[in-house]
Write a protein that binds this ligand. Sequence first.
Ligand code: URA
Length: 209
Amino acid sequence: MSTVHVLNHPLIQHKLSYIRDKRTGTKDFRALVDEVAALMAFEVTRDLPVEEVEVETPVGPATVKKLSGKKLGLIPILRAGIGMSEGILRMIPAARVGHVGLYRDPETLQPHEYYVKLPNDVEERELLVIDPMLATGGSVVEAINSLKKRGAKSMRLICLVAAPEGVRYVQEAHPDVDIYLAALDEKLNEKGYIVPGLGDAGDRLFGTK
Ligand code: URA
């Protein structure tokens, strides 16, 4: 079974309190989500392998550490995932970025992919799948299915806020994918919103509705 990491860093939790506040407008909401995403990148990548290499500083030789494992790929799930991808990309500027777009069938309520564009060496990369809100888990599970179908072998999921129902669903469907959250909330309400959550992340990020 995968591990769920709730990132209780004080800076993440402080910024999340403003993100949750309904009085926070689009401009600040977007900036705060971007900052939290960058801070989360720090924790999500904590166990990446490094190797020792030699460099010459202006003073003399030094043994330093560089990343040595798989190259990274960011996969924001459209559209709200975009709001977190820039912050993570600032910390990992060499990462390639792929996108997965899903829509919900109005009759069956099942998610279906409408857009998938991935780096062509996706099977060799460690992928960070990004979706701010893990609610029922339906779209995340479908997005990871799409990635695996195209050869993805190794990935981690990064969300701001999750409901226990969504976490369970992803863990059951994809026990190989560790989950990183800024908060694990109480439940889903009858409209599928996370409680207490932060409302509709996409609408608040992009100023729509
Ligand atoms: N998507 C959102 O943006 N918010 C929720 O609370 C649930 C799903």
